[in-house]
Structures are given as C-alpha cells and as structure tokens.
Design a protein around this ligand. Structure first.
Ligand code: HEM
Ligand code: HEM
Length: 213
C-alpha cells in the first residue's frame, strides 16, 4: 500500500519515501546499534584492553543503549502502527522479481529486474537485523543474569552474542557503503534524513513502487 504509507510530496520532482515515524525508528536503531557495536568491541577486543580497564563504564553505556532501543521502540510503535504494518508487509512479501534480482545482484548479467519499495537485498537486510536484535537481546540478558544468578550459568549466551557481532560487522559496513558511499545508491540518504527522494532515482531503483507513489 505505497499510497497510504508514502503520500506524494508537494514538489512532483520528489516522492515521499519515509514518514517521520519510519525515519525516527531508523535513527533510533542506527544510533543505539552503533553505540552497542562500539562499546561491545571495546569490551571484547584485546587491542582496546587499556580503554576497557574501566569495564563498568563501557558496560553501562552498552546496556543503556540496549534499554534506550527497546524503550524507544515501544514509544514509537503506537504512533505509527498502521503505516509501519504496511511497511512490514512490503518488506515481508517476496515475489519472482525479488528472486531474479538476487541472482542478478550476483551475476550482474542483463537488465536489473524491477523492484518495489524495497529491493530483495534490503528485505533480507531488514530480516537479518531484526533477527540479530532478538539474538542480542536474549543472549545479552542471559549474560547479565549469569553475573548474579548461578542458575543461568552454563548457557552459551556469550558465544551467541559474539557470533551475532561478527555477522553484524560486515552487514553494517555493507549498509553504510551503499547508503553513504556508492554513487548510484547514496541518494537514498536523502530519503532517510529528509523523507523524500528524486522521482527519477526512485523510478530507476524502485520502479514498481514509483509508479504508484
Ligand atoms: C540489544 C541488547 C543487548 C544487550 C542486552 C547486551 C548485553 C551485553 C552484556 C550484558 C554484555 C557483557 C558485558 C560484560 O560483562 O562485560 C555484553 C557484551 C558484549 N556485547 Fe552486547 N548487548 C546487546 C546488544 C549488542 C549489540 C547490538 C552488539 C554488537 C553489534 C553487542 C556486542 C557485544 C560484544 C562484542 C560484547 C563483549 C562480549 C565478550 O566479552 O565476549 N551487544 N552485551
Ligand atoms: C550512520 C549510519 C547509517 C546510515 C547513514 C544509514 C542509512 C540508511 C538509508 C539511506 C536507508 C534507506 C535506504 C532506502 O532508501 O531504502 C537505510 C535503511 C535501513 N537501515 Fe540504515 N543507516 C545507518 C545505520 C544503520 C544501522 C546501524 C542499522 C542496523 C544495524 C540500519 C538498518 C537499516 C535497515 C534495516 C534499513 C531498511 C532496509 C535497507 O534499506 O537495507 N541502519 N539506512
């Protein structure tokens, strides 16, 4: 339902890509995730051993970011639950063009299969990030509880937490490259900051969505 989730911008050269709630949700995730990544790596990597001497400080920032994410999410969801549900449906639906697009993104042979509001790579990215947030939260909470309650010891929570971090690092680096560096995709930054993107850019990258937007 691109029409209801993304009403046309007043200037017809631009098209509305993200609503204020969607942008707030993205920046809440981006800021808290990057803080957790940075503080987690300080706690983990031997190269930061000197910095990590004040373990309580970094751990407190790490946990504060995790709490801020969940509190922010619970505060934002009711404000835009209808449009966010429509967006979730757009991300959830995988069609034949998405399968062809994934094959094309590997081979780069022939014309790019047309994509909707999100391409298949973005749909996968969202699913993996959502899954990671669940893994991080469950394993992180167990790690926290293990410190005070012997009943929680013996789980592999820290292994799950570390593996999730190693999956998150290339995923986030790839995301940042596409969003801010790569010439043909970096115009998307305008959408996640200001809410609108150029119609010709939308038609090139997301033609099945641009037609209705
Ligand atoms: C979302 C909820 C999260 C919770 C509740 C959580 C909780 C925790 C806790 C309790 C620790 C142990 C700190 C210590 O005792 O020193 C920890 C460590 C760590 N966290 Fe998280 N965390 C979360 C998210 C993340 C995210 C998003 C990342 C990375 C992208 C991350 C990466 C790490 C790393 C690398 C460590 C060090 C692990 C080690 O020493 O082997 N965490 N986290
Ligand atoms: C400064 C850091 C970041 C920048 C500049 C950035 C930029 C963007 C942009 C431009 C989009 C919209 C793409 C489109 O037009 O569809 C986007 C979407 C998204 N971002 Fe970020 N982002 C950042 C950090 C993060 C982080 C840390 C995460 C979570 C790990 C994240 C998760 C997502 C997800 C799930 C989407 C929707 C699907 C996709 O486009 O891949 N972002 N981001």
């Amino acid at each position: 339902m691109p029409g209801s989730a993304t009403p046309t911008a007043p200037d017809s050269r631009y098209v509305r890509r993200f609503s204020p709630v969607e942008r707030a949700l993205h920046w809440l995730l981006a800021v808290t995730f990057l803080i957790m990544l940075a503080t987690g790596l300080i706690l983990y990597l031997p190269v930061f051993a000197q910095l990590a001497a004040d373990r309580i400080l970094w751990k407190s920032i790490h946990l504060a970011a995790a709490i801020a994410f969940w509190v922010g999410l619970v505060a934002l969801l009711p404000r835009g639950h209808r449009e966010l549900r429509a967006t979730a449906r757009q991300i959830d639906r995988f069609d034949g063009d998405d399968g062809r697009w994934l094959a094309w993104s590997v081979t780069r042979r022939g014309p790019e299969p047309p994509q909707g509001r999100f391409n298949a790579g973005q749909k996968l990215n969202t699913a993996v990030v959502a899954g990671l947030m669940v893994v991080f939260t469950v394993s992180g909470t167990l790690m926290y509880l293990q410190e005070t309650d012997a009943g929680f010891r013996g789980t592999s929570a820290i292994i799950a937490h570390d593996w999730a971090t190693w999956l998150a690092v290339p995923l986030v680096l790839g995301h940042l490259y596409l969003a801010a560096v790569n010439r043909s995709t970096r115009h998307s930054l305008r959408g996640i900051v200001l809410g609108t993107v150029r119609r010709d850019w939308a038609a090139r990258h997301h033609p099945k969505w641009e037609r209705d937007a």
